[in-house]
Ligand binder design. Structure first.
Ligand code: DSN
Length: 407
C-alpha cells in the first residue's frame, strides 16, 4: 500500500486486535478469504437493481455473484427457494430492519419490540432511532424476577395493543427465544390487526445467526414471516445484512391488490433506502456463508456456546451476578453494580480494557443508571472461540475478569 499513513493505522489496528482478549459479543474475526473478497475489484462496479433487472450495463459477472450469495444464504439455513426469498443487499443491520418496516408497516403503525434495557436493539422501535420516530414502539421486557421473557404477559400486551409487527430478537438477551410462542402471540392479535391476519412476526437473529447455522441455537424459520440478520457477528462474515422473507406472504396495496412481502422488501431496500449494492461486500458474504456451511463451523458454533456457559458459570462461582442466572448462547450479561461489587459498567469496561480485555458496558433489566454508565457489562465468546479458545481458556478469562474487577 502506497498510503503509508493508512497502512500504519491498519497495521496498528491489526496489532491491537492480536494483543487483546476480545469479548465484544457482536464482533468476530473473519477469514483471509472474506478479507480478500472485501478488498477486490468488485468495489468498482455500480449495479443498482437486482440480478437481471439493473440500471447499468456490464452486469454479467455481478448478476451471477449476487444470485450465488442468495442461493448460499437459503441453503445455509435449509430454506427452499420455492418458499423463501432473500435480499442480500442491506448494508448492515439497521438499514435491514428499517427496510422491513418501510415495506410492511404503515407509517405511524405499531412495532412491538424488546426495550433496550431489557436486551432489545435501537431498531426495534426505540425513540432515538428512526424506527421509533416514524413508527410507535410497543415495548416488551423480561420478567423482573427471572429475567427471561414472560410469554403470557407478552401475549396480553400484544392482544391489547395489536401491533402491525412483532420483533423477536435481541442484542443483550442471553437465553434462547421460544419462536413458536412468538408465533402464537402474533397470531393472537387476530383478524382485526392492522395487517388483517394477526401481527407479522419478524425475527432479528443478528446475534445468534451463526449459532442457528451451526445448530447450536433454535432456528426461527419455521415460525417467522421475515428474518433479518447481520452477517458479522456469530456468522463470522463481513459487515452486512440479509433479509429472508416467506414468498407466500402478501399485503394489499392501496388498490386492494395483493403484493408479496418479498417485492415490497426488495423495493424498500432499493430504491427505497439504498443505492447501488456493495458487490465486494456481497462477495464476502457469499464466502462467509459457504464457510458457515462446513462441519468445522458447526463445531465452532457448539464451542461458542460451551465457552460462554463456562464463562457464566465461573463468574457465578466467583460471586458475580449473571443476568438470568446464565446463558444459552454466546453472550453473558454481568451485573457489576447491584449484584457485583458496586462497580458501574463504564468503570468495569475501562478497567478491563486497561488489562487488555475488551468488553462493552451494557444496561441490564430494571436499569437504575444511565446507558452511558449502566449497571453491567456484556461479554461474548464468538471472537475468542474463532481464535481457538476452549473451556479451559475461558475459565482463565473468567479468573482474569474477576481479578481485575476485584482489585
Ligand atoms: N451494536 C450491535 C451490538 O453490539 O449488539 C448491535 O447492532
Amino acid at each position: 500500500m502506497k498510503d503509508t499513513q493508512i497502512k500504519k493505522l491498519i497495521e496498528s489496528e491489526k496489532k491491537r486486535q492480536k494483543k487483546v482478549i476480545n469479548l465484544i459479543a457482536s464482533e468476530n474475526v473473519v477469514s483471509k478469504d472474506v478479507l480478500k473478497a472485501l478488498g477486490s475489484e468488485l468495489t468498482n462496479k455500480y449495479a443498482e437493481g437486482y440480478p437481471g433487472k439493473r440500471y447499468y450495463g456490464g452486469n454479467e459477472v455481478v448478476d451471477e455473484l449476487e444470485s450465488l450469495a442468495q442461493t448460499r444464504a437459503l441453503r445455509l439455513f435449509g430454506l427452499s427457494p420455492d418458499l423463501w426469498h432473500v435480499n442480500v443487499q442491506p448494508l448492515s443491520g439497521s438499514p435491514a430492519n428499517l427496510a422491513v418496516y418501510l415495506a410492511l408497516v404503515p407509517i405511524g403503525g405499531k412495532i412491538m419490540g424488546m426495550s433496550l434495557d431489557n436486551g432489545g436493539h435501537l431498531t426495534h422501535g426505540h425513540k432515538v432511532s428512526m424506527t421509533g420516530k416514524a413508527w410507535v414502539q410497543v415495548p416488551f421486557g423480561v420478567d423482573p424476577k427471572t429475567e427471561v421473557i414472560d410469554y403470557d404477559s407478552l401475549k396480553q400486551k400484544a392482544v391489547a395493543e395489536k401491533p402491525a409487527i412483532i420483533v423477536a430478537g435481541f442484542t443483550a438477551y442471553p437465553r434462547t427465544v421460544d419462536f413458536k410462542k412468538f408465533r402464537e402471540v402474533a397470531d393472537a392479535c387476530g383478524p382485526d390487526s392492522p395487517v388483517g391476519t394477526g401481527a407479522i412476526l419478524m425475527v432479528d437473529m443478528s446475534h445468534f445467526a451463526g449459532l442457528v447455522a451451526g445448530k447450536a441455537y433454535p432456528s426461527p424459520f419455521e415460525y417467522a414471516d421475515v428474518v433479518t440478520t447481520t452477517v458479522h457477528k456469530t456468522l463470522r462474515g463481513p459487515r452486512s445484512a440479509l433479509i429472508f422473507v416467506r414468498k407466500d406472504k402478501t399485503k394489499l396495496n392501496t388498490k386492494g391488490v395483493p403484493v408479496s412481502f418479498a417485492d415490497l422488501i426488495d423495493k424498500a431496500v432499493f430504491p427505497g433506502l439504498q443505492g447501488g449494492p456493495h458487490l465486494n461486500q456481497i462477495a464476502a458474504v457469499a464466502v462467509a456463508l459457504k464457510e458457515a456451511s462446513t462441519p468445522a463451523f458447526k463445531k465452532y458454533a457448539q464451542q461458542v456456546v460451551k465457552n460462554a456457559k463456562v464463562l457464566a458459570d465461573e463468574l457465578t462461582k466467583k460471586g458475580w451476578r449473571i443476568v438470568s442466572g446464565g446463558t444459552d448462547s454466546h453472550l453473558v450479561l454481568i451485573d457489576t453494580w447491584m449484584g457485583g461489587k458496586g462497580i458501574g459498567g463504564k468503570e468495569a469496561s475501562d478497567r478491563l480494557e486497561k488489562a487488555g480485555i475488551i468488553v462493552n458496558k451494557n444496561t441490564i433489566p430494571g436499569e437504575t443508571r444511565t446507558p452511558v454508565d449502566p449497571s453491567g457489562i456484556r461479554v461474548g465468546s464468538a471472537a475468542e472461540t474463532t481464535r481457538g479458545k476452549k473451556e479451559k481458556d475461558f475459565r482463565k478469562v473468567a479468573e482474569n475478569i474477576d481479578k481485575v474487577l476485584s482489585a
